[in-house]
Design a protein around this ligand. Structure first.
Ligand SMILES: N[C@@H](CCC(=O)N[C@@H](CS)C(=O)NCC(=O)O)C(=O)O
Length: 204
């Protein structure tokens, strides 16, 4: 069985969501956040970067949530979380899946971190975030999710950042993304994952 190292209020919920969709159990090892909301030292004994999620399976240790989602889809022969392989939508989806951690996360964190401390978000951070939110709004198009009404890997990947932005009232200028967040929360995998491990974002 897959072992999932799951930090509280973290990207690990993405993995739990995918496992729930696949109907696969896991051995979940939970880690509390430190007082400064960091990962505890114990996670460095799992992976040199000391972050979550990390999975262990068949003697392999795998980090990076997008890779873990792809790994799970491949392992269980699942093709229901990606558009069909011979369509432009397939590559649009691949790009969005990588976009979340490669491009969005850092920009979003520049706004999330001060907002989390109750500080004003610097105007340049807000402007950079808005550019990304406009891009995401275009990607959602008619919605309700990125590629219709069923969650793809990219939706699962995007959910964590969107949850934090919504929790910190950073989506008020982007009601279409707030509606997207509502639709994500109706997905069975999201419901199962958060029921098992608690909410993605810390409570107010
Ligand atoms: N790019 C990585 C990011 C992993 C990451 O930064 N995880 C956060 C939790 S959401 C973490 O472990 N933070 C604790 C820390 O840095 O101390 C992924 O997508 O898995």
């Amino acid at each position: 069985m897959i072992t999932l190292h799951a930090l509280k209020y973290s990207r690990a919920t993405r993995v739990l969501w995918m496992l729930a969709d696949l109907g696969q159990p896991c051995h979940r090892v939970d880690y509390d956040r430190t007082d400064s909301f960091r990962a505890p030292e114990a996670l460095k004994r799992v992976h040199p970067l000391g972050k979550s999620p990390v999975i262990e399976d068949d003697g392999e240790t795998i980090a990076e949530s997008a890779t873990i989602l792809r790994y799970l889809a491949a392992k269980y022969g699942d093709d229901s979380h990606t558009p069909p392989g011979d369509t432009p939508a397939y590559w649009q989806h691949e790009a969005l899946l990588d976009y979340v951690e490669a491009s969005l996360a850092e920009v979003a964190l520049q706004a999330i971190l001060p907002a989390f401390q109750g500080e004003q978000v610097p105007p340049e951070a807000r402007a950079a975030l808005n550019r990304h939110l406009d891009f995401i709004m275009q990607a959602i198009d008619e919605g309700p999710l990125l590629f219709g009404d069923r969650a793809m890997l990219a939706d699962i990947q995007l959910s964590y950042i969107v949850a934090l932005l919504e929790r910190l009232n950073l989506l008020t200028d982007h009601p279409a993304i707030a509606a997207y967040w509502d639709a994500l929360q109706e997905q069975p995998g999201y419901i199962a994952a958060t029921k098992a491990a608690g909410p993605m974002a810390p409570p107010a």
